[in-house]
Design a protein around this ligand. Sequence first.
Ligand SMILES: CNCc1ccc(Oc2cccnc2)o1
Length: 409
Amino acid sequence: MVASTTAVALAAVVAGLTSASPNAPRTKVGTFSLPQVRNPGFKKHGPAQLAKTYVKYGASLPDGLARTMATFNGRFDKRDSGSARASPEQYDIQYLTPVEIGTPPQTLNLDVDSGSSDLWVFSTEMPASSVKGQAQYDPSKSSTAKRVQDATWNITYGDNSYSEGIVYKDVVNVGGVSFDAQAVEAATAVSQTFTTDANDDGLLGLAFSTINTVQPSQEKTFFDNVASELDAALWTADLKYHKSGCYDFGVIDDSKYTGQITYTDVDSSDGFWMFDVSGYGIGNNTFQSTSFQGIADTGTTLAMLPAQVVKAYYKQVRGAKLDNSQGGYVFPCQANLPSFVYGVGNARYEIPGQYINYAPVDNDGTTCFGGIQSDAGIGFAILGDILLKSAFVVFDASENVPRLGFAKK
Ligand SMILES: CNCc1ccc(Oc2cccnc2)o1
């Protein structure tokens, strides 16, 4: 930002020095004055003025100025913002977002994941046996793909899914926001859970770049790469129950929420969007102001909450039980589930009971698996899609301390 201010200041000085043309005839005609009129259509733009001056005197533009002018390509005042659809898989197990990679663009449907920081894709670098219907990034078909020599990555997720591979730099476009040298992590191997997930072509990590797994030199997330070009260094998640939602970059679309946005500071020291949940309520019972730490994680399907909170919730559900063979709390699919309320500061956000009936565990739909489960062993709560889809969420990195915003919708 300072660089462009300097350019503007410099341009203003240079523009001022060249206001009178040096080529005017030098005849002695006494004095004359030319009243100046303001050009109503003139938009002040430092780099453009400076560039004009260089061109006027036949000088070539310094590289930085040429690059600046290239990025503006006529958009003198607009910076950037974009919007990308988030389509749910069955049971909202995850939401997939089309991402264009390479030249010409190859479209892959990625799982936007605020709980990790690698952008990785199924690729032609992996064995065909690991690919069951997914789209594959083919760097050999992208004129802008450049291999990052000796770079590798590997990552394991909360559900023990795993992937690893090599790295290219290429153009990546998400919802109209583009970066021309994004680290695209091409998978050479993935776990069976990814192979069987036919619609998921990879992940787009939007946690903090400090937990990106590329070695020997860590790479930046897509958001960190584009943040300085966005109208505002933030992105928003508007996920929905059993229907498509939207990720926006660089803009808060006021039509997508009601009332006020409540902000809370984020502790990003572990690389996550970690914040304090101020408490919880079950159905119409009194709100319990016992705070706990949790991460906002669009890449986790369920809500993993403190064991005591989960126990108190399912105590209100007739026939609910902890079934370790299923890996968590189950209940009769016909159960009438109470709503769940979580607090952010003084604000309260309610998850309808219906959202907490995640999916049947048996073919006849008798027993269902809960959307709220215990975070035992994780070390913090995970506010996954079950909770996030009931709010409009702002992931705001525009200030020194990042923050999360929540609003009703
Ligand atoms: C559903 N298993 C495969 C799979 C798709 C996306 C991911 O990634 C995850 C899993 C858990 C938490 N965060 C990201 O794994």
